[in-house]
Design a protein around this ligand. Structure first.
Ligand code: F6R
Length: 366
C-alpha cells in the first residue's frame, strides 16, 4: 500500500503532482479565465459582506492559514486574522455576524479547531471548512466548505495536505478577488494559469530528490537548524522547521528573515545550518542581505532560490533551485524540498518517519 516507497511520507510527498491535479480539477480553467468553488459561489453574499476573515487552525494547517492571510489581503483587500484554535477558543474573542470564520483541518477532527468554530458559530459568524477527510466532524459542523481532495494522508507529518490547503486558499482568494473587483484581470489570469501548471512544476521540484538526499547527509548531525523566509515564504520557513522537528527530533526554529537580527542571530555559528528561502520576489534583495548577515557570522547556508539565480546562490554554501512561479504560489513549491530534507535527515538518523514519537495523526485531546 506504500506503492513501492519505504514510507508513507515519501509516497505522499511524491504524490503531490497528482493530488494537486485532483485539488484543482473542475475548479480552475486552463485558459486562466475561471476559478469556481461551489462552496464559495453558493454563499457569495456572506463572503462579499464580510468585514473580516478569521482562520483558525493548528500545526501545519495553521502555517497554511498564514499564507491564506497574504492571499486574501493581497487579492481581496479583506482583513484577515489567523489564530491558533486553542488560543482563540479559550479567550473571549470578538466575533460578529460580519465575520467569516474558516476552520482549516486536514483530519477534520482536531478538537480545538472544532471547538473554535462552534464558538464563532454561536456568535453569528458564517463558518466555512477547508478539510481533507470527507464527512469528518468539522465539515459536518460548518455552514459550507471546500474539500482539498488530496486523498488519505497516512504519514503523521502532513505534506500533501499542506500544499492542497494553500492551493484551495489561492483559488478562494482569486474567486473572491474577482467578485469584489479587487484583483486586476491580468493578475488573475497570471496566477490562475500558474495554478493550472502546478502539477508539472511540482514534478520538476521532485527531480531535486537526489540533490536534497545528498545534502541531508551533510547535516544529519546538526543539533539545531534555523529556517528563514519572508512574505509568502515566512510560513514556509515555519513549516520546514516543524517538519524537521517532528520527524528527526532535531531542534529547529522558523523565523521571518528580517526578524532574525532582533535576537535569533545570536545563535548563528558554523555549527548551525540555516535554510533560507530566497525566491526572486519583491523582497529578494532584502533576503540577500539577510544571507550576507549570516555568512558574516560564519553560518552555513542552504538557499532555496529561483532557477538561474546568481546572487544569493553565490553567497550560499548549498543551493536548491526552484522553477519560476508567481510569488503567491511559491510556498507550494518551496515547501516540497523542505519536506524532502526533513524526511532524509530523519531516515539518516534511523527515525520512525511515519509514526514519530509522541505524535498522533488527529489530535482529539485538548
Ligand atoms: C504536522 C501535523 C500537525 C497537524 C495538526 C493539525 O505535520 O500534522 O501539526 O497539522 O495537528 O491537524 P489537522 O490539520 O488535522 O487539524
Amino acid at each position: 500500500e506504500k506503492g513501492g516507497y519505504p514510507h508513507f511520507m515519501l509516497k505522499e510527498i511524491f504524490e503531490q503532482p497528482r493530488t494537486l491535479r485532483d485539488c484543482i480539477r473542475g475548479r480552475v480553467s486552463a485558459d486562466g479565465k475561471h476559478v469556481v468553488l461551489s462552496g464559495v459561489l453558493d454563499n457569495k453574499e456572506r463572503f462579499l459582506d464580510a468585514h473580516r476573515i478569521l482562520i483558525v487552525a493548528c500545526g501545519t494547517s495553521w502555517h497554511a492559514a498564514l499564507i491564506g492571510k497574504h492571499l486574501f489581503e493581497d487579492m481581496c483587500r479583506i482583513p484577515v486574522e489567523v489564530e491558533y484554535a486553542s488560543e482563540f477558543r479559550y479567550r473571549n474573542p470578538v466575533v460578529s455576524d460580519k465575520d467569516v470564520l474558516i476552520a482549516m483541518s486536514q483530519s477534520g477532527e482536531t478538537a480545538d479547531t472544532l471547538a473554535a468554530l462552534e464558538l464563532a458559530k454561536e456568535q453569528g459568524a458564517f463558518v466555512f471548512g477547508i478539510c481533507n477527510v470527507i464527512g469528518s466532524s468539522i465539515p459536518r459542523a460548518t455552514d459550507s466548505g471546500c474539500y482539498i481532495h488530496v486523498g488519505p494522508e497516512i504519514g503523521v507529518a502532513s505534506t500533501k495536505a499542506f500544499t492542497g490547503q494553500v492551493t484551495v486558499l489561492a483559488m478562494m482568494a482569486l474567486m473572491l478577488g474577482r467578485m469584489k473587483g479587487t484583483i486586476a484581470d491580468e493578475a488573475f489570469e497570471r496566477v490562475t494559469r500558474d495554478l493550472h501548471r502546478l502539477p508539472e512544476l511540482l514534478q520538476e521540484v521532485l527531480e531535486l530528490d537526489t540533490r536534497v538526499k545528498d545534502l541531508s547527509k551533510i547535516f544529519t548531525y546538526a543539533k539545531n537548524f534555523l529556517y528563514l523566509g519572508r512574505g509568502y515564504n515566512y510560513p514556509a520557513a515555519l513549516e520546514g522547521a516543524l517538519k524537521l522537528k517532528e520527524i528527526s527530533y532535531i531542534h529547529a526554529e522558523g523565523c521571518p528573515a528580517a526578524e532574525m537580527k532582533h535576537g535569533t542571530i545570536a545563535l548563528i555559528d558554523d555549527d548551525m545550518p540555516t535554510v533560507v528561502i530566497a525566491p526572486r520576489d519583491k523582497i529578494y534583495d532584502k533576503t540577500v542581505s539577510n544571507i550576507q548577515q549570516i555568512k558574516a557570522r560564519n553560518g552555513r547556508i542552504i538557499a532555496l532560490v529561483t532557477r538561474g539565480d546568481e546572487v544569493a546562490a553565490k553567497i550560499a554554501d548549498y543551493v536548491i533551485e526552484i522553477p519560476e512561479v508567481c510569488e503567491c504560489l511559491s510556498p507550494i513549491l518551496t515547501s516540497v524540498p523542505l519536506q524532502l530534507l526533513a524526511y532524509y535527515v530523519a531516515v539518516n538518523k534511523g527515525r520512525n518517519v511515519d509514526q514519530p514519537r509522541n505524535l498522533a495523526k488527529s489530535v482529539t485531546v485538548e
